[in-house]
Write a protein that binds this ligand. Structure first.
Ligand code: ADP
Ligand code: MG
Length: 272
């Protein structure tokens, strides 16, 4: 069972307290959004959950095991998706098996049938099965991030982490990527922790919300509990007016048919 327990987590960098005595429990299969302004501790929290950063104090348990280093069952998606442009979407997705295989095996695509099927299935989950042979550099930012999600899924994790996965995307693509992330987690029963700084996106896709401010947990609750006062508390002096209102009118952000993900490259993405 892949629940996450965070107990009195603290992380200090010299005099900076990046995380200050943060505790929460996430049941298996929940889709949690971590909210907070820049510098509030979101990345530090995710890096601790992933075993990339050692806490100064406290404990993190995923499943039955304390997190002490990188783990196969915990996958992370970053804002900069580290996708290799020269490679196809399919080959990029396959590199998710790298932990299991040696690099050369991956390079020459000598993976076994099961791994190849896993990569195709992951691309299907993010709606890119038909683009699997497309070079990543010919794809839009949103599509590339979906390849990043596919690669994480190929790792067959039980926990999916993403640190501001849509921060560099336009609103339409951002919504679409968040939609695929949510679907992927639901389809596969993954426990997900995603950091975002946009309240409207968070409200649209999050199930539960954890608000950080100056490294402290200032909110932990579900959609109906996240009122304007709470948003103000998380965001402090930042002008949050309209952040909640947007959610109501914005349904679809970039038009309801934002299923079409326009390429951002000026050379176009259609290639025979
Ligand atoms: N490697 C680091 N060295 C020193 N300070 C850091 C480091 N990483 C983060 N911090 C500090 O910790 C605080 C939280 O940062 P971070 O977790 O990156 O927040 P967020 O992701 O919400 O922007 C900030 O004050 C930041 O400057
Ligand atoms: Mg960050």
């Amino acid at each position: 069972m892949t629940r996450i327990t965070v107990d009195s987590l603290t992380k200090e960098y010299g005099d900076t307290v990046a995380l200050d005595d943060v505790s929460f429990e996430i049941p298996e299969g929940e889709f949690v959004v971590v909210l907070g302004v820049s510098g509030s501790g979101k990345s530090t929290l995710l890096r601790c959950l992933n075993g990339l950063t050692d806490p100064t104090g406290g404990e993190i348990v995923v499943g039955d095991e304390e997190v002490t280093s990188l783990r196969r069952d915990v996958a992370m998606i970053f804002q900069q998706h580290n996708i290799i442009g020269q490679m196809t979407a399919y080959s990029n997705a396959l590199t998710g098996s790298l932990g299991r295989n040696r690099f050369l095996t991956s390079l020459f695509q000598l993976q076994d049938r099961e791994e190849k099927l896993r990569a195709l299935r992951a691309l299907d989950t993010v709606g890119l099965l038909n683009e699997s042979q497309q070079k990543a550099r010919r794809m839009s930012g949103g599509q590339q991030q979906r390849v990043g999600i596919a690669r994480a899924l190929v790792q067959e994790p039980s926990v999916l982490l993403a640190d501001e996965p849509v921060a560099s995307l336009d609103p339409g693509s951002a919504q679409q990527v968040m939609g695929y992330l949510r679907t992927a987690a639901e389809e596969r029963g993954l426990t997900a922790v995603i950091s975002l700084h946009q309240v409207n996106l968070a409200r649209k896709f999050g199930q539960r919300f954890i608000g950080l401010r100056d490294g402290q947990k200032v909110f932990d609750g579900y959609r109906e509990e996240m009122t304007m006062d709470i948003v103000d508390e998380i965001y402090g002096d930042i002008d949050t007016e309209g952040m909640l209102a947007e959610t109501e009118t914005e349904t679809g952000g970039g038009s309801p048919d934002s299923t079409v993900d326009e390429p951002t490259t000026d050379e176009g993405s259609t290639e025979a």
